[in-house]
Design a protein around this ligand. Structure first.
Ligand code: NAP
Ligand code: GLV
Length: 306
């Protein structure tokens, strides 16, 4: 089995060493233009030239959960596209979203500012029941986040494309139920894949359905959010603020107004990082399962875009 590795934003050597250790019988190499045809590819943000040349691939392993960038390229029609499913990302996402929800709910930024100013003040404790958390996307990551928030006894709602029934999550699905889901949410967590159906979904007309004092946590993709709509709803006072991990342009340009908005907390696309060892173990396990003719998780439905 021949595997070609082509990742634009990572040091290739540790990946190549790890893949070779996990798959000792495979012939694994870093892609160079003109390389021999491979059976499988391990990629992140490869150039179109990679797929133009690698026309015989049976499978493409994306070393991330989101495949929006990959699906913009022309891919060999016969290749299955496989994304990371969890591989250590779900617990990181649960940590990140819980800290953002709790930081806002417990007014920890306000306390930190007051302490820095030398002020010792108490604020009236707020009621969890007044802070229902709506999660857009109840997939691998959204479900784990929902469970973690449930552990802190927040009321949790979820919205997905197809119907779900999950204990302790109030489930909504489809475009028709989106306004109801939003109206019953005060804090909104976005964990949708970026697809033609979900691009710009965090826009003024949707976000204004959130309860007054709403709070947005975007950990999926920057192109889900209409930046100027978020800023306008914070300026108007309808939204209390946001925690944003992903942006239309990354790194966030120095002149972007998000940098200056005090009620927006920014992080540099770090909420759930690809973990090399976990990812290699998952890819090696899936290649072995495919060789045995078994079904694997994480196969992307190219028509739906996730
Ligand atoms: P997933 O398992 O594929 O889950 C996607 C969820 O979104 C599913 O519940 C799906 O509904 C729902 N969905 C898709 N299209 C929808 C639509 N049009 N309307 C309503 N719901 C829709 O994906 P995942 O592994 O949880 O990852 C989610 C996203 O997180 C990734 O695509 C990526 O963009 C982002 N991510 C970000 C980071 C980061 O560091 N910031 C890290 C990893 C991933 P069904 O269940 O009905 O199919
Ligand atoms: C990161 O954003 C991923 O999609 O894995």
């Amino acid at each position: 089995m021949k595997i070609s590795f082509c990742c634009s934003n990572t040091q290739p050597e540790p990946w190549l060493e790890g893949l070779r250790a996990a798959l000792p019988l495979a012939d694994i190499s870093l892609w160079q233009p003109g390389a021999a045809l491979a059976d499988y590819a391990v990629v992140w943000a490869p150039p179109q030239a990679f797929f133009d040349e690698q026309s015989a691939l049976n499978g493409i392993f994306n070393i991330g959960a989101g495949v929006d960038a990959l699906l913009k390229l022309r891919l060999p029609a016969q290749a299955v596209v496989v994304r990371l499913d969890d591989a250590g990302m779900a617990v990181q996402m649960a940590e990140y979203v819980c800290q953002a929800v709790i930081r806002h709910f417990r007014q920890l930024d306000t306390y930190a500012q007051e302490i820095r100013a030398g002020t010792w003040t108490f604020h009236k404790p707020r009621q969890r029941a007044d802070f229902p958390v709506g999660i857009m996307g109840l997939g691998v990551l959204g479900t784990r986040v929902a469970q973690a928030l449930g552990g802190f006894e927040f009321p949790v709602l979820g919205w997905s494309r197809t119907p779900k029934a999950q204990d302790s999550i109030k489930c909504f699905h489809g475009a028709a139920q989106l306004p109801d889901f939003l109206r019953q949410s005060r804090m909104l967590v976005n964990l949708l894949p970026l697809t033609p159906e979900t691009v710009n979904i965090l826009n003024r007309s949707n976000l204004q359905h959130l309860q007054a004092g709403g709070y947005v946590i975007n950990v999926a993709r920057g192109a889900h959010l209409v930046d100027e709509d978020l800023l306008a709803l914070i300026d108007s006072g309808h939204l209390a603020g946001a925690t944003l991990d992903v942006f239309r342009t990354e790194p966030l340009p120095p002149d972007h107004p998000f940098w200056q908005q005090p009620n927006i907390t920014l992080t540099p696309h770090t909420s759930a990082r690809t973990l090399r060892e976990d990812s290699i173990a998952q890819i090696a396990g899936k290649l072995a399962a495919l060789a045995r003719g078994e079904k694997i998780a994480g196969v992307v439905d190219v028509l739906h875009g996730y």
